[in-house]
Design a protein around this ligand. Structure first.
Ligand SMILES: Cc1ncc(COP(=O)(O)O)c(C=O)c1O
Length: 466
């Protein structure tokens, strides 16, 4: 419905983009000789080439050519306090200066501080650290399989839990639904051992449990689905997930890698008052350093303890860099800061999120484009600082499911991820998933100026209508 000559628009945007990014282009051509498409994470590659930064502090980033941008990508949404907050970088400097900080291989005292802080804020029993959300989600599923002595994993369509073999199904490949394997190289029985259900669909959940219930080891889901479209779970849905997993003896896992400490100085489970058996955490809990964790019920967590009988023992026990000293320090200081300043932080970033969502819709609507934002405040979560923008091929009231997001008849992902992104880069704003995440380092002026840029971009898009 947004009938735009996308090819011509993209080519014209590139023409504006390239002259000011000569160094970046050269760097890319060199990097491409060594790295796959010049980088190590596909989402960072972007078109026509990745954003190579030379400076990042607060809301500001600079590229290799010295161009300045306000950044709403913010380290894959991890940096809720903006880039490189001084209190973290200074603390790390001091730590390193005192002859500590790099990996030692000793358990270290600092991990106790971070463990205590997270467990108290989540009201969970035990925690174990690792280094990425991917690994943590994989271990949470292995723990569940061992605990239940069952094999089936249930996940929701659109749910992203990192590239690990128990959850690489039904993420973004849409062909009559989100239900296809998303990677080569998986164990042979992957397709049949991962059962798909629909996000926020109680009936589907009930039907799937009725059919497979006694074989399901775990249900893993994001209470705020990220890659699936920035959509909050309904409270009733999470309650149903809790009831059904209890009834059928399956483990309920909340993947709170995005939502943990994003909407409050705890996790979404605490806002909703629904307790999973296990939680997966990452991103924010490391304060900019690589930290992730599985936290939850002690009787499940202890299956990775030495001495557990071999048939139940889960090899969640390695990790040269797990609980890395500098990461533990950064994570503890960061979360402590979020807790101490929660009143100021969450209301402000939530307010700015709301403003961005409302205004972006209005701007496009006023120019006749079908655009909807997601990440909306709702009854339970009133302070959402995550902003998704969806360009619609079909008029819908609201984005309520990943199935809409990934169905190209409804949402135009290319428009969001390539064209709008490039147009906003030209304006000096680095956005992601249509806009991205607002940090405490952003000011209201940043938001206002970004909305002016959206206006200019929308005006430009009008010229490419057919
Ligand atoms: C909900 C969710 N789970 C897991 C992961 C994987 O985390 P990581 O990228 O740290 O491996 C991500 C990453 O974005 C995520 O959004």
């Amino acid at each position: 419905m947004n009938q735009i000559d996308k090819n011509r628009l993209f080519q014209d945007l590139i023409k504006d983009f390239l002259p000011k990014r000569k160094k970046s282009k050269k760097f890319y051509q060199k990097a491409d000789q060594y790295l796959i498409q010049g980088g190590s994470h596909n989402l960072r590659l972007g078109k026509p080439f990745p954003f190579y930064d030379s400076y990042a502090r607060g809301a500001l980033v600079k590229d290799l050519d010295g161009n300045k941008y306000i950044d709403f990508w913010q380290g894959h949404f991890a940096n809720i306090l903006g880039h490189n907050p001084l209190f973290i970088t200074e603390a790390l400097k001091e730590f390193f200066g005192s002859g500590q900080g790099l990996v030692t291989g000793f358990p270290g005292q600092l991990q106790e501080d971070l463990a205590k802080l997270i467990l108290e804020s989540l009201n969970a029993e035990k925690i174990r650290f690792t280094t990425s959300g991917t690994l943590a989600s994989m271990y949470s599923i292995m723990l569940s399989k061992s605990f239940t002595k069952r094999d089936l994993v249930m996940k929701v369509g659109g749910g992203w839990h990192g590239a690990q073999p128990y959850a690489l199904k039904g993420i973004s490949i849409y062909s009559d639904g989100l239900k296809h394997l998303e990677s080569a190289g998986l164990p042979q029985n992957s397709d049949s051992s991962i059962i798909m259900t629909k996000f926020n669909d109680e009936k589907d959940l009930e039907a799937k449990f009725l059919k497979h219930g006694d074989k399901i080891a775990c249900l893993i889901l994001e209470p705020f689905i990220g890659a699936g479209g920035f959509i909050f779970a309904d409270r009733n849905y999470l309650e149903k997930a809790r009831q059904l997993t209890d009834r059928y003896g399956a483990v309920l896992i909340f993947d709170e890698v995005i939502s943990g400490f994003r909407f409050a100085p705890s996790a979404l489970q605490n806002i909703y008052s629904i307790k999973p058996d296990l939680s997966v955490l990452g991103k924010t809990i490391g304060g900019g350093m690589p930290v992730s964790a599985v936290a939850g019920r002690e009787e499940i967590m202890i299956l990775c303890r030495p001495g557990t009988p071999l048939e139940s023992r889960v090899k969640f026990e390695g990790g040269t860099f797990s609980a890395h000293p500098a990461s533990m320090l950064a994570g503890t200081l960061y979360l402590q800061y979020l807790q101490d300043n929660a009143d100021k932080i969450y209301s402000r970033i939530g307010y700015m999120g709301n403003k961005a969502r409302q205004e972006i819709e209005k701007i496009f609507q006023a120019r006749g484009f079908h655009v909807k934002c997601s990440g909306l405040n709702q009854e339970i979560v009133k302070q959402s600082s995550l902003v998704g923008v969806h360009f619609l091929n079909e008029s819908v009231d609201r984005i309520i499911s990943p199935e809409q997001v990934w169905n190209s008849n409804i949402c135009d992902i290319e428009m969001r991820e390539n064209i709008f992104r490039l147009a906003m880069l030209n304006e000096g704003y680095n956005i992601f998933h249509g806009y991205g995440s607002i940090s405490f380092a952003h000011t209201e002026k940043d938001i206002r100026s970004s909305l002016k840029a959206v206006e200019r971009v929308a005006e430009r898009f009008k010229k490419y209508r057919y």
